[in-house]
Ligand binder design. Structure first.
Ligand SMILES: Cc1cc2nc3c(=O)[nH]c(=O)nc-3n(C[C@H](O)[C@H](O)[C@H](O)COP(=O)(O)OP(=O)(O)OC[C@H]3O[C@@H](n4cnc5c(N)ncnc54)[C@H](O)[C@@H]3O)c2cc1C
Length: 354
């Protein structure tokens, strides 16, 4: 049993941590306030290979293993959580296009997705179908040698910035999961419209409602056989859940490290806050929980890389990681006293030097 990263993985951690600290963190609060899409950061992530991790090498991707994907999610999460959506969604869409797209679709969409020039969203959720995703109502009807797509998708990350979306639509009204088919839909086609959702955070990813009003699509835009769409997207969700957990842990770890700097500087009752056990114990507990959850995540990704079952572990990480991150960040906020209730954190003087 080897519980260490390889020298290459250690190097990747160093590179991405530096990138996140220097190029993402300084802009993160502004992206979130204005909701502007960080195109420049996207291109930089493309240059670093982060948007093509699950894209075939022949189309500009890395074909990276799952562990590498996890490292990328955690380290980029330390700098800007919104940017982790790029890794995640370019990975999911890239995998589906790479596996099931026609040659023309792959050539048109994969290289720019991997380089950060194009954004492809993933449109599964609908106003009336979320958790029960197989129950979707958006339909794709045969029409000559193509399809006509009609329906609405809701809560779609990157929906305002994307040039195309992998859209899941019903081709068989009776088939439930087996009646769902995936399509690559360019979002400039006649009949497509979109509107923004006003989110409480990660505004840079511009979640959107996408509407398809009799959108005509050539059959070449179908991804895989009819009825395989639901299974294609579900295959990607298991490893993505772990990535989401790691991105949350990255944010929480960053917060703990910034809090450690703060409590060493801030004085009360004649000494640094860090000297009080009521403060240091809370930080030690948070660090312990984060470490435990991280290793659950990396073990799950290791199982995935070994081709072993990991659905159970994936569900555990998605349940624990985000919840632990919220608890940890709340604790960090409290330790910042009245500053914690402003939107001025993290202060630049607080920025962790690791
Ligand atoms: C930040 C963010 C980004 C997203 N990005 C995308 C995206 O890019 N593409 C996309 O397609 N979708 C996206 N979604 C949508 C997401 O996938 C759905 O929110 C999710 O599938 C849940 O569906 P719902 O929101 O309709 O909730 P519902 O299914 O309506 O559920 C509402 C509540 O009921 C609970 N519930 C539902 N069923 C059960 C049950 N059987 N037992 C107990 N409790 C249950 C749920 O846990 C939830 O708490 C995003 C959502 C968020 C918040």
């Amino acid at each position: 049993m080897d519980l260490a990263f390889s020298p290459e993985q250690d190097e990747l951690v160093r590179t991405l941590r530096q990138f996140a600290r220097r190029e993402l963190a300084p802009h993160s609060a502004q992206w979130d306030r204005t909701g502007e899409f960080p195109w420049e950061a996207w291109r930089r992530m493309g240059e670093l290979g982060l948007l093509g991790l699950r894209v075939p090498a022949a189309y500009g991707g890395q074909e990276a293993d799952f562990l590498t994907f996890g490292i990328a999610m955690e380290e980029i999460g330390r700098g800007d959580f919104s940017c982790t959506y790029g890794i995640q969604l370019a990975g999911l869409a890239g995998e589906i296009l790479g596996r099931s797209g026609s040659e023309a679709i792959k050539t048109r969409w994969l290289p720019p997705t991997a380089s950060g020039e194009a954004v492809v969203a993933l449109a599964l959720t609908e106003p009336g179908a979320g958790s029960d995703a197989a129950n979707l109502a958006c339909r794709a009807e045969r029409d000559g040698d193509g399809y006509v797509i009609t329906g609405e998708k809701s809560g779609i990350s990157l929906g305002m910035a994307a040039q195309a979306a992998v859209v899941f639509a019903r081709t068989d009204p009776a088939g439930r999961a087996r009646g769902v088919t995936a399509f690559l839909v360019p979002l400039d086609l006649p009949g497509v419209s979109r509107g923004p959702l006003r989110d409480m955070g990660t505004r840079a990813i511009g979640r959107a409602v996408l509407a398809f009003d009799h959108v005509r699509l050539p059959a070449s835009h179908r991804l895989g056989e009819e009825g395989t769409g639901f299974y294609q997207v579900m295959q990607g969700f298991d490893y993505n859940r772990i990535g989401i957990a790691l991105a949350c842990l990255g944010v929480a770890q960053q917060s703990v490290e910034e809090t450690m700097v703060y409590v060493k500087e801030r004085r009360a009752f004649g000494r640094a806050l860090a000297r009080f056990e009521g403060v240091s114990f809370a930080i030690a507990e948070a660090a312990t929980h984060l470490e435990a959850c991280r290793w659950l995540c990396y073990r799950a990704l290791w199982l995935a890389d070994q081709g072993r079952p990991y659905t159970k572990e994936s569900a555990m990480t998605k349940w624990w990681g985000p919840r632990l991150a919220v608890d940890t960040i709340h604790q960090c906020l409290l330790l910042h006293g009245h500053y914690g209730y402003t939107d001025e954190l993290p202060r630049s003087s607080n920025a962790c030097a690791t």
